[in-house]
Design a protein around this ligand. Structure first.
Ligand code: APR
Ligand code: PHB
Length: 392
C-alpha cells in the first residue's frame, strides 16, 4: 500500500489532519489500532475554542456542531462561598462551544469515509521504519496479517501511548514532565446541568467542575487522590461530595441520577521536543499532554493538525520545506502557552496541601482574577484560545 502522508491514529488530531490535507489536494491513509465503535465511544473533554470550530467549518464538518453545539458566552468561578462570572464575549468578543469530543470524532470519521477517505480500523502500527532517511514505511497488523504502508511522510497522531512516541525514544529527545498527586473523578449522567454555563469551584475539600454535554446530559468532576479507584465511589458518595464543594445556592439545584460512566483521569503535563524527526511529525497527545483544567487537549490537537497540514501542503504545492522546518517551533509556542495557562489555572483551583498560606494565596488570586478588568481579559483570551500563528 502507498500514500503521500501516512497518519497513525484516528483521534481528533489524525482525523482533522486527513480532512485538511484532502482539502489541499494531499492524499493520506489513516491507520487506527482500535475498532470504529471503540474510537467513537471513548468519553473525553468537551470544550471547543473558536479556532477549533473554525477548522471544523473549514473542512465542512459542522452540520451537527451547528445544531447541537452549545455556545457559551462565559464561565462561572465559585470560591469563598460566592459565584463570580467571566464574560468571554465582553472581554474578547469570542465565545466557546461546548460539544463533546466523542461527537467531534464521530462527525470527522463519518465525513471522511463519505468523501472516500481511507481509515483502516483495527490496524495497529507496530513499527515506523526509515523515517530519518529514505522512504518511510509503516509496519502494521490487519486481520492477523502483517502489512506495510509506504509513504512520503508520517504523522504520529497516535496519542500518548502510541508507536510514534515510542519510536523516537533515545534520539536526543527532550522530555518535559510534571504531575500532581491527584486526578479528576468524572461522572456522566442523563440529568439536566446545574447551570447553563460551566462552573469551576475552588473549595477547602478540593476542586469541582460542573460541565455538560447537552441540555439533558451533565458531566461533573471532583478532584480526588490519584490512588483512588472508581470502585470506591458510589453514585451517592459522588453527588454528596459534589454538593459539599459547591456554594449552597448551587448545590441545592444539582439534579442527581445514575452514572452512565465514571472514570479517573490524572492531572499531568508532558511535552516532547522537538516534534519533528526527519519525515516523522508528532501531533496532538503524541506530542504533548496538558492538565484538563483549561480544556486545551483537543484544541491543541486541532492546532497541531492545522500547522502540519499547511506545512505538508506547502511541500507538495511548491516543494517548500521551510514550514516543515519550523513545524516544531510553531506548534511548541502555542503548546507552551496553553500549558502555562492550564498549570496556572490548576494551581489556583485545586487543593495542594493544608497550608493556610496557600489557601489565602488562592483566594487572593481568584479575587484579583474576577475583580480586575485586566485579569478577566487575560483569562478570557487564554480560555477562548490563543491565536493561531499566520503563515507567510
Ligand atoms: N497504531 C494505530 N493507532 C494507534 C496506535 C498504534 N500503534 N496507538 C494508538 N493509536 C490510536 C488510538 O487508538 C487513538 O484512537 O491513536 C489514537 C489517538 O487519539 P487520541 O488519544 O484521541 O489523541 P489525539 O488525536 O492527539 O487527540 C487529543 O484526545 O486524549 C484526548 O485530551 C486529549 O482532547 C485531547 C485529544
Ligand atoms: C468536560 O466537559 O469534560 C470539561 C470541561 C471543561 C474542562 C475540562 C473538561 O476544563
Amino acid at each position: 500500500m502507498k500514500t503521500q502522508v501516512a497518519i497513525i491514529g484516528a483521534g481528533p488530531a489524525g482525523l482533522l489532519l486527513s480532512h485538511l490535507l484532502d482539502q489541499q489536494g494531499v492524499e493520506s491513509v489513516v491507520l487506527e489500532r482500535a475498532s470504529r465503535p471503540h474510537v467513537e465511544g471513548r468519553l473525553r473533554a468537551g470544550v471547543l475554542e473558536q479556532g477549533t470550530v473554525r477548522l471544523m467549518r473549514q473542512v465542512g464538518v459542522h452540520d451537527r456542531l451547528d445544531r447541537e453545539g452549545l455556545i457559551h458566552q462565559g464561565v462561572k468561578l465559585a470560591f469563598n462561598g460566592r459565584v463570580e462570572r467571566i464574560d468571554f464575549v465582553r472581554q474578547t468578543n469570542t465565545p466557546i462551544t461546548v460539544y463533546g469530543q466523542t461527537k467531534v470524532t464521530a462527525d470527522l470519521i463519518e465525513a471522511r469515509l463519505a468523501r472516500g477517505g481511507r481509515i483502516e480500523f483495527e490496524a495497529p502500527v507496530k513499527a515506523i521504519k526509515n523515517y530519518l532517511e529514505g522512504r518511510p514505511r509503516l509496519v502494521f497488523d490487519q486481520q492477523g496479517q502483517g502489512r506495510e504502508l509506504i509513504c512520503d511522510f508520517v504523522a504520529g497522531c497516535d496519542g500518548q501511548h502510541g508507536q510514534a512516541r515510542r519510536s523516537i525514544e533515545g534520539q536526543g529527545v527532550q522530555l518535559f514532565e510534571k504531575s500532581t498527586p491527584f486526578g479528576w473523578l468524572g461522572l456522566l449522567a442523563e440529568v439536566p446541568p446545574v447551570d447553563k454555563e460551566l462552573i469551576y469551584a475552588n473549595h477547602p475539600r478540593g476542586f469541582a467542575l460542573c460541565s455538560m454535554r447537552s441540555p439533558t446530559r451533565s458531566r461533573y468532576y471532583l478532584q480526588c487522590p490519584i490512588t483512588d479507584r472508581v470502585e470506591q465511589w458510589s453514585d451517592a458518595a459522588f453527588w454528596d461530595e459534589l454538593r459539599r464543594r459547591l456554594p449552597p445556592a448551587i448545590a441545592e439545584r444539582v439534579v442527581t441520577g445514575p452514572r452512565l460512566e465514571m472514570s479517573i483521569a490524572p492531572l499531568r503535563s508532558s511535552v516532547v521536543e522537538p516534534l519533528r524527526f526527519g519525515r516523522l511529525f508528532l501531533a496532538g497527545d503524541a506530542a504533548h499532554i496538558v492538565p484538563p483544567t483549561g480544556a486545551k487537549g483537543l484544541n491543541l490537537a486541532a492546532s497541531d493538525a492545522y500547522y502540519l497540514s499547511r506545512a505538508l501542503a506547502a511541500f507538495y504545492a511548491d516543494r517548500r520545506t521551510d514550514l516543515m522546518d519550523r513545524y516544531s517551533q510553531t506548534c511548541l509556542r502555542r503548546v507552551w502557552g496553553a500549558i502555562r495557562f492550564s498549570w496556572w489555572y490548576t494551581q489556583v483551583l485545586h487543593k495542594f496541601d493544608d497550608d493556610p498560606f496557600s489557601q489565602r494565596l488562592q483566594s487572593a488570586e481568584l479575587l484579583y482574577l474576577t475583580g480586575s478588568e485586566a485579569a478577566r481579559t487575560a483569562f478570557a483570551e487564554n480560555y477562548v484560545g490563543l491565536p493561531f500563528e499566520p503563515f507567510e
